[in-house]
Design a binder for this molecule. Structure first.
Ligand code: ADP
Length: 226
């Protein structure tokens, strides 16, 4: 079985001046297989964002190895890491991070045009994604004209627009009320399952984590299976 993400003995310590240093990740090992969806459950401050940033090549570990799709990216040139990040990894955050001056469909078209996709193809792909999250009626609305749940649904589409192999989500429904969170999360899972992509999804919410294949937690810098 191919691993999309492999972390081997990954450690990260934030040094705030001796003796104030915290080891957030302590020789962490993690394998995420193709098509696998892993829930990362841990309280605030446990290191979820650090783990996701290192996995998504947004930050470097102090020690250890990060492989994406079986390719060791630990010591690769920045240009190659950026290419992998853009092509193979999708990010979703608690806040939508959509471009405020563009409408929903433009937010989905622009990254595709930047990647060389033709205008008609990017438009088709954007609309297909909006349909898949039941937002075709909101395609020409700007983020400020959308509800919180709708904004996040567009953000999910944005993360998936370039068909990444790995989705990394940091509390993707953390800003939503519980009912909306469940509804929006189910749509996200439907999208992920349909594409067969792998995902690591951080959440505080145990109920949501049960929709995933496997749950892990971060305790004192170590990953433990839940
Ligand atoms: P979580 O996402 O689980 O809330 P984080 O990964 O954001 O956790 O942070 C883990 C710990 O590391 C926290 O105690 C946080 O204050 C600390 N931390 C995160 N980033 C930095 C940084 N750049 N410098 C110093 N400490 C940091």
């Amino acid at each position: 079985m191919t691993n999309i993400l492999t972390l081997n003995n990954v450690s990260k310590t934030y040094k705030l001046g001796q003796p104030n240093q915290i080891t957030v990740l302590d020789q962490v090992n993690l394998n995420v297989e193709k098509g696998e969806v892993v829930g990362l459950i841990a309280p605030s401050g446990a290191g979820k964002s650090t783990l996701l940033h290192i996995s998504g090549l947004l930050d470097n570990a102090d020690h250890g190895q990060v492989k994406i799709d079986d390719v060791d990216h630990t010591n690769l040139h920045d240009r190659k890491r950026t290419k992998t990040r853009r092509q193979d990894i999708g990010f979703i955050y608690q806040f939508h991070h959509l471009l405020p001056e563009f409408n929903a469909i433009e937010n989905l078209i622009l990254p595709q045009l930047a990647d060389g996709v033709s205008k008609p193809n990017s438009l088709q792909r954007a609309m297909d994604l909006l349909v898949s999250v039941n937002l075709e009626d909101r395609a020409y609305h700007r983020p400020a004209e959308l509800s919180g749940g709708e904004q996040q649904r567009v953000a999910f589409c944005r993360a998936m627009v370039n068909s990444p192999k790995l989705l990394l989500a940091d509390e993707p429904t953390g800003n939503l009320d519980p009912d909306t969170a469940m509804h929006v999360f189910e749509l996200l899972m439907k999208l992920v399952r349909k594409t067969g992509m792998s995902a690591v999804i951080a959440t505080h919410n145990y109920e949501l984590s049960q929709l995933m294949d496997r749950q892990i937690a971060l305790k004192k810098g170590k990953i433990v299976e839940v």
